[in-house]
Design a protein around this ligand. Structure first.
Ligand SMILES: *Cc1c(COP(=O)(O)O)cnc(C)c1O
Length: 499
């Protein structure tokens, strides 16, 4: 299986090369030459053994230049007792024909762990395979959860350093503390004044900076990415949609051979893109429901085919979705226009120059056939957390709550009541303030900080605080670097000892 750029530049490359590079040399994103089909019987047989077995098979179908033995090492290391359940991603049935695919049982309590516990091992194997001796410098822009997951995944991995840029004031207090207390000699965390889009654009700028690359090359260093622009992030995410189908059938949510819908709280479009790929590979999915918060650029896009980033970015209680430029949409566009790189290039340059682009009629019709878009405002999100807790005693984090609200809207508007799998993307304990407000009424706890609210929430609900978050307020802060978006290059040079 070879990988090509969505913008058509360069020769097709092996997956190890694509994973090592992160971004294609022409600025496009790597996509597989074709999408392999996965037989459902075969997938079910693998899943019946365990998550690792299913993951190994799906990884192998995309990463054909890796040996089965290499991939076995990757999945064994990635999905072990670093997760707090051997199921890795359990499906929790609620009622209303909803199953929550709980993707937050890993070391940082968000779905990013499912990919970022695997990516470092994939990258290490990829580097060895290509005979490269460079030290790999992982650049990450984070809207909150990727940063910690990448730091945890790469910490003390020989031959790598990881630099995370997060929007100062743009993440939850707990997310920030998770990052600034990170241990490991090869980890660096930098706050950027500005929002996620600024941090993400800054990182893309560093990738494209020839001068910086040359200076690094001289020191035996090369960049890679742990953001979902890296193909190595997406493949592991495809696995859990097959897993959800298997579990959903096992638990009676999904009747045999019937189609179901998938709801994904969406920001950078990586997670829902993995679900789209799973569908193309043979998973019996009817509709992909894209749930946004108040930053509803994707809802508007799906409804009209017009992508328009020229709007204010709001800071919301679901900060990991506070994004106006969703990188992975480029991969979907590529499919919607029948893999025509010239068309993708056109959209991307319009986005860059004017801040918007319009899909043609055919691509738009395809988009709407596969996807449905909706959004939840702040109060609706809080109300949904409260409602679900009262009805079912089940705690939602704000991102997942956005998904539930949009799922209910979808059913009301379309009359389609097929069972759904909802991606539960974070532990409610990562976002204590909103969750406490929703289930207890925040008036009483306004004077308490987010860390004290961990105890409050645990005491009230009887649920344990995840190990990764326990005692986080007492951990020493190890990272205090801060920069303007313009200063990101200098900060990188300093971290790398280039200036
Ligand atoms: C990253 C994240 C999202 C958005 O996922 P994308 O792949 O960027 O669309 C949603 N919820 C949580 C909790 C996240 O961490």
């Amino acid at each position: 299986m070879k990988y090509i750029s969505t913008r058509g530049g360069g020769e097709p490359v092996a997956s190890a090369v694509a994973i090592k590079a992160g971004l294609a040399p022409d600025g496009g994103l790597f996509v597989p030459g074709f999408l392999p089909e996965i037989g459902l019987a075969e997938a079910a047989a693998a899943a019946a053994r365990d998550y690792q077995e299913l993951a190994g098979g799906i990884l192998q179908s995309f990463l054909s230049d890796f040996s089965a033995a290499e991939l076995e090492v990757v999945v064994e290391k990635a999905y072990g007792d670093n997760f707090d359940t051997p199921e890795i991603a359990p499906v929790h049935l609620l009622g209303e024909k909803m199953g929550f695919l709980e993707l937050w049982h890993g070391p940082t309590c968000a779905f990013k762990d499912l990919a970022l516990q695997a990516l470092p091992h994939l990258l290490k194997a990829a580097v060895a395979k290509t005979g490269d001796r460079s030290e790999i410098i992982i650049l990450v822009a984070t809207s909150g959860d990727t940063g910690k997951a990448a730091l945890e995944g790469f910490r003390d991995l020989p031959g790598t350093r990881v630099i995370v840029f997060f929007p100062d004031q743009g993440v939850s207090r707990i997310q920030e503390r998770q990052m600034t207390t990170q241990e490991g000699a090869n980890t660096f965390v930098v706050a950027v004044e500005g929002d996620f889009d600024k941090a993400q654009a800054g990182v893309k700028g560093l990738f494209a900076d020839g001068e910086l690359r040359t200076a690094m090359h001289r020191q035996g260093m090369a960049f890679s990415s742990a953001n979902s622009i890296n193909w190595g992030r997406l493949v592991p995410q495809i696995v859990y949609y097959f897993w959800a189908w298997f579990k959903g059938r096992q638990e009676g949510l999904l009747p045999k051979d019937e189609e179901f819908n998938i709801v994904v709280p969406t920001g950078n479009f990586g997670n829902i893109l993995a679900a789209y790929y799973a569908k193309q590979m043979g998973l019996p999915v009817h509709r992909l429901i894209c749930a946004s918060n108040k930053n509803k650029v994707l809802t508007d896009f799906i409804n009209t085919g017009f992508y328009d980033r020229r709007r204010q970015l709001y800071r919301t209680i679901s900060p990991s979705m506070d994004i106006l430029v969703s990188s992975n949409l480029e991969r979907l566009l590529f499919e919607l226009v029948d893999r025509d790189p010239a068309a993708v290039k056109g959209f991307m340059s319009q986005l860059q120059e004017k801040g918007c682009y319009q899909l043609g009629a055919q691509a738009c019709a395809r988009l709407q056939e596969e996807f449905w878009g909706g959004y939840a405002g702040e109060e609706e999100t809080i109300a949904t957390i409260g409602d679900v807790y009262q009805k079912y005693g089940y705690l939602l984090d704000p991102h997942t709550a956005v998904g539930v609200k949009v799922c209910r809207d979808y059913r009301r508007e379309t009359g389609d009541h097929r069972p759904v799998i909802i991606a539960a993307t974070a532990s409610p304990f990562k976002f204590t303030r909103s969750v406490v407000q929703a289930v207890m009424g925040e008036e009483n706890y306004r004077d308490k900080d987010d860390f004290a609210l961990l105890e409050v929430l645990s005491g009230f609900t009887g649920e344990e605080i995840p190990a990764a978050l326990r005692g986080i307020q007492e951990k020493p802060v190890r990272h205090r670097l801060k920069t303007s978006p313009e200063g990101m290059k200098e900060a990188t040079r300093q971290v790398l000892g280039l200036s």
